[in-house]
Design a protein around this ligand. Sequence first.
Ligand SMILES: [Zn+2]
Ligand SMILES: [Zn+2]
Length: 86
Amino acid sequence: MDGSNYNDVKIKSNGILSMNECIICSEIFDRCIITKCGHSFCEKCILTCMNLNNNCPTCKSVLKKEELVKNYLIDNIISNLIIYKL
Ligand SMILES: [Zn+2]
Ligand SMILES: [Zn+2]
């Protein structure tokens, strides 16, 4: 190990992290929720949005709270990446 592998991991995980950003708060998903239309948001962001209107912030599809699904896979990926990042 000469340190270059570590930089590689850092660059790759930063790329993956930026694909895992919530468009509402521009942060990495905090308890990722996936909607019926296939878009992902933080749990708190989508719930706040749905208090204002029931449209998906990305594609404007009508959403129902009971159709929101937790995305444990993304949560796991993100928590692993955050360990790498530190
Ligand atoms: Zn968010
Ligand atoms: Zn959508």
